[in-house]
Every structure is written in C-alpha cells, then in structure tokens.
Design a protein around this ligand. Sequence first.
Ligand code: PAF
Length: 283
Amino acid sequence: MILLHIIIIHFKMKIFKHKSALNKAIKNIQSVSFVPTMGALHKGHVSLIKKAKRKQGKTLVSVYVNPKQFDSKKDFDKYPRNLKKDLLTLKKLKVDYIYLPKYSDIFSFKVNKSIYLHKSSKLLCGKFRQGHFKGVLNIVNRFLEIIKPKFIFLGKKDFQQFFLIKKHIEKRKINSKIILCNTVREKNGIACSSRNKNLNSKQIKIASKVINIIKKEKKLLKQSKKKLNYIKIIKKLKNLSVKKIDYIKILNLKNLKEPKNLKNNFNIFIAFYIGNVRLIDNF
Ligand code: PAF
C-alpha cells in the first residue's frame, strides 16, 4: 500500500491548459491513445482509460464540459463537475497527459477540416436535442486536429455519438482509429453515466427497473423475432412514473436504420427522463 502510494505520488502526470504547450509535448510521440471526457469520471471512463493504457505509447485524457453540445443553459449548468476528484482518479490511473482547455483555447482557432454531419444525426438524440451532435463533432474535430491521436476511445452507451464520429473520421479521411468499448454497468443494470450523479436513491431504483424492462424486451425480440409492442412498454414505463420518454427505437447497428427483419445486428435505443435527469441507453 505504501509502495503504491509512493508510485502514485512520484508519477508525473502532465496537465495542459493550452493547446500550444500540449502540442509541443506530444509532437514527437508516435502513438497517442486519446479518451475525451466531460469529467465527473465514473467506472465507464476508468474502463476506457484502462483500455487506452494497454496500447503502446502515451495516454491522453481531456476533461471539458463542452457548452456547444447542450441545448439548454440549465442542463449545462447542472451537469456534474468534480475536477479535483477527477485529477486524483487520473493520477491513480497514471494517465500521461491531461488536457483541460478553456473555451478560447479550443474554439478560437480555424480548423483545417470542416465537420461532416451524417444524416442519421437527425435521429434519436439529434431529434430531441437541437444542435447536440453538431456541438459534439465540433469539439471532437478540434481535439483530433490538435492531438492527432492514433486511437480514440468511445463507449457503446453513446452509440449514436460513436456512429457519427466514425462517419466524420471516414469522410474527412482523418488518421485516427476509433476503439469502441462496451458499456460498463452498475450491479443494478444502469449504465454508468455522469448524469447518474443527479439521481437520488429512489430514482436510481426506477432507472434500474426501466433498464431491466428494456433488457427483457430485447431478449424476447431475439427469441420470437416479433415486433416490439411499444404501447405495452410505454405503459409499463409510465406505471413506474417515468416522466417523459423521448424515444424507444430498434435500429440496425451497422447503418442506424430500422431493420427489415430482426435477424440483423440490432439494438433497442431509449432516452427517458426520471425527474429532470435525461438518461440514454441501448441493448
Ligand atoms: O461523450 C462525451 O463525454 C462527450 O460527448 C465528448 C465526446 C467528450 C465530447 O464533448
């Protein structure tokens, strides 16, 4: 324990607030494994970072709550933040570089490549959160230009985000490979998410029930290949006092289109509100 403590204390994690200094530090590094985050780190982030660390080269984590991807100032303001704790977590994980940009550092320069927004950005979360994916791609495109990572690590929970970043990288011929990582879940089934920090224990129980209903439906769909009974599911969720459901949709994971039959590689995608907290997931 003491030895571990000494190793952690002596590990030099470099923190950058300006892209010019970051560029200087990483310009001769062959392989950078990059994990973009908005902080309030949880087990899902830790799993992404551990995967990144298994690659050769250096690991870089960004922590920045990007205002451009929030469709309301209220949602941006109440997004959980805990930089002190995050830095401790990152130090324990022995991440080599941390990038903590300010708005002016990340948004003031002119990009070489414009954003490519695939048409599926209008679906699911894109339909309910105006400008969200444009904001995500704007910042990710900037990160890719500054960092030029060999690998970028993204989680399956935000599958639509992964899909759109992949389309952008392909279209703009960017030399970074996405490593898509499995969703990490709590014991009760809920996907780890920074937004879970805004739920109380009663709400967590409800969220867990919702997830288990959807999980069961996915199992049934796979077995019976019958259509999803949306009315039945929505009724069940309303009975759990789920305040609002933005969408429940079955989509093919290859193209984010509605599958012609249920033999394909599909998932059920859901976005719902418990109190004022919006949660998304897919199975
Ligand atoms: O998934 C997230 O946390 C954010 O959308 C990302 C990729 C860090 C961009 O701000």
